[in-house]
Design a protein around this ligand. Structure first.
Ligand SMILES: *[C@@H]1O[C@H](CO)[C@@H](O)[C@H](O)[C@H]1NC(C)=O
Ligand SMILES: *[C@@H]1O[C@H](CO)[C@@H](O)[C@H](O)[C@H]1NC(C)=O
Ligand SMILES: *[C@@H]1O[C@H](CO)[C@@H](O)[C@H](O)[C@H]1NC(C)=O
Ligand SMILES: *[C@@H]1O[C@H](CO)[C@@H](O)[C@H](O)[C@H]1NC(C)=O
Ligand SMILES: *[C@@H]1O[C@H](CO)[C@@H](O)[C@H](O)[C@H]1NC(C)=O
Ligand SMILES: *[C@@H]1O[C@H](CO)[C@@H](O)[C@H](O)[C@H]1NC(C)=O
Length: 531
């Protein structure tokens, strides 16, 4: 594997460190909570505030600060003394304030209502050093159309996709070209995960409670939480890592996590099986009289394949329905099944009767789902992920990442063609996080020295049929943390907010309030059905 060491990034390479303790003394600031600019979207009022954190934790000579805006949904019945819980909702790049506001009622219910719930928009998003490579969404869409992360139906496509990713990396570099007039470090070097972990601890300091972090990290938020715990083990009180990313693969391989799709195929099959058992009155696809889930799966894959031979051009909205668009639709539905499946499956049923029927319905559904899963008008996912990578994991050529590309494709037979390309996302990336976390470097083994968190051990959570963060990653990450437990939920979708489960809620409440972990091997059923 060729190492990438471009001269332009050597300086930041030297500055990158893995510091065990903060360079900065905790600031003695407190948070003035007051009304928010945004309306409350839940049954209870919200409050907003802000703190100043160091802009660049690696530069002890700078006193430049960054304003972190905070949102709080106060406890229903507060504990005394107060014990707040902080959140990150993943991406990387999801805006956290909006999300907390949207689902605070559910989160209170699941944590017992005794804690203030707090979130801030992480670096790279919203007004916190928003990272973007494009002037607006139109420009972003144009660039993505010109340099797509193509469906790769063969290994031979890899060179072309890598070239596309290079082109996007160059556009991002141009958008953040150094400016002689300022000595301020450029945004893409300041948004890495280690700095966000330090921001979390700054918020804990400013809250002035017990100085310990209580945190629930979802998806990429689990990677942030694992990183914070590895950096500050003595400051962790409660840690729920939910929809777990394999940190070794995130930090030390190309792509988001090359094993993240290990359960995707079984999730798709399990959804089809549960359609068949729900029957035609509740699931349109059951009226095809498929003899088995495998049979129904073949029918749906053949439907997608038919658009490979004959894509359908549509107007209003203008688009082309291709095989990969259909596969992407299937994928999104498996990731976010709640509420979507009945509509989507009756559409597929109608397409199977006549593939040219109502093509605009396909486009509309695709656009609606894309809109609801997008991380919004920023490029934080790219900016954070790529800044976090090791030098040897940001590819210059196809040869650098062929192995990871193949591994990613092989984790899912059904979706490998549309998902393999994500390993090329950071090809040619020009920026490194000023502080790049370098832990989780080896594979975890029985003799690995475990991370010991201060109060309660870590609670890992995974859904049996989570198509993007398999339970096996939760088990793997649990190996790094002393006394940690994996809770499996026998359900669908991404992370524990995908489907209601009273069993999970009981365990979360007990953990956050009393620090009690479930028995190793506990499996929770869910109390919400797909159909
Ligand atoms: C810190 O900030 C003050 C103004 O707030 C400025 O006068 C001073 O030069 C700064 N120090 C450094 C080392 O940048
Ligand atoms: C929590 O949610 C469940 C299910 O929606 C509901 O039955 C219960 O009453 C809620 N509990 C509280 C304290 O809000
Ligand atoms: C988007 O940005 C481009 C380039 O700056 C500009 O020409 C265009 O008018 C903008 N479009 C919108 C919709 O704002
Ligand atoms: C499925 O079976 C039912 C009952 O035998 C029959 O009425 C229906 O036409 C069949 N549907 C298809 C698509 O074959
Ligand atoms: C954990 O994950 C790493 C990276 O994928 C893998 O190499 C290792 O074998 C896994 N270990 C266990 C115990 O599952
Ligand atoms: C926590 O412990 C207390 C005291 O043992 C108990 O009364 C309570 O039911 C436990 N669980 C929760 C969620 O408070």
């Amino acid at each position: 594997m060729t190492l990438l060491r471009p001269l332009t990034v050597l300086c930041s390479l030297l500055a990158a460190t893995t510091l065990a303790k903060p360079l900065y003394k905790p600031r003695t600031q407190s948070i003035q909570w007051g009304p928010c600019d945004l309306p409350s979207l839940n049954t209870r009022p919200i409050e907003c505030g802000s703190i100043l954190v160091p802009l660049d934790y690696t530069n002890p000579f700078s006193n430049e600060t960054l304003k972190l805006a905070l949102i709080k949904s106060p406890a229903v019945v507060p504990l005394s003394p107060k014990k707040s819980i902080l959140f990150n909702f993943g991406g990387p790049g999801y805006e956290a304030m909006q999300t907390l506001n949207g689902i605070a009622d559910t989160l209170h219910n699941m944590t017992g209502g005794r804690h203030d719930l707090i979130a801030f928009d992480p670096r790279g998003t919203a007004n916190t050093l928003r990272f973007t490579c494009f002037a607006n969404q139109t420009e972003r869409t144009l660039a993505n159309a010109k340099y797509p992360l193509l469906a790769a139906s063969s290994e031979g496509d890899l060179t072309r996709i890598v070239a596309n990713s290079h082109a996007v990396s160059n556009l991002c570099a141009e958008a953040h070209a150094p400016n002689d007039l300022t000595t301020r470090p450029s945004i893409p070097t300041l948004i890495g995960t280690s700095f966000v972990a330090r921001d979390l601890m700054q918020v804990v300091d400013a809250l002035g409670e017990d100085g310990l972090l209580r945190f629930w990290g979802i998806s990429y938020g689990s990677l942030l939480g694992a990183t914070a715990a590895a950096m500050f083990p003595a400051r962790i009180s409660r840690l729920v890592l939910d929809g777990v990313v394999n940190a070794h693969n995130y930090y030390h391989h190309a792509g988001v996590d090359i094993t993240q799709l290990l359960s995707t195929d079984s999730a798709f099959r399990a959804i089809l099986a549960s359609c068949l058992s729900a029957g035609p009155s509740r699931c349109a696809l059951a009226s095809l009289n498929s003899t088995s889930a495998a049979d129904l799966e073949k029918t749906l894959l053949d439907l997608a394949e038919s658009f490979s031979r004959q894509p359908l051009v549509t107007s209003n909205p203008t688009g082309i329905i291709t095989k990969s668009l259909l596969l992407e639709l299937y994928f999104i539905i498996v990731k976010y099944p709640s509420g979507v499946i009945p509509t989507a499956f009756s559409l597929f049923y109608d397409l199977l009767q006549d593939r040219t029927d109502h093509p605009e319905r396909v486009n509309n559904l695709y656009n609606a789902l894309q809109g609801s899963v997008s991380t919004g008008d920023n490029d934080a996912l790219l900016g954070i992920l790529c800044a976090d990578k090791g030098y040897d994991k940001v590819a210059t050529s196809a040869d650098d990442i062929r192995e990871d590309f193949t591994a990613m494709r092989e984790t899912t037979a059904l979706f490998g063609d549309i998902a393999g390309a994500v390993v090329t996302m950071c090809a040619g990336w020009k920026f490194r996080a000023k502080e790049r976390f370098q832990g989780f470097a080896t594979d975890v083994t029985a003799t690995t020295k475990k991370i010991k968190t201060k109060e309660a051990a870590v609670l890992f959570v995974g859904n049996t049929y989570d198509p993007v963060t398999p339970v096996v990653s939760a088990k793997n990450m649990s190996g790094w943390f002393e006394g940690s437990v994996v809770l499996e939920r026998n359900g669908f979708g991404h992370a524990s907010i995908a489907q209601r489960s009273d069993c999970t809620t009981g365990i979360f409440r007990e953990y956050f309030v009393n620090g009690t972990l479930p028995r190793q091997g506990t499996v929770c059923e869910v109390d919400e059905s797909l159909f």
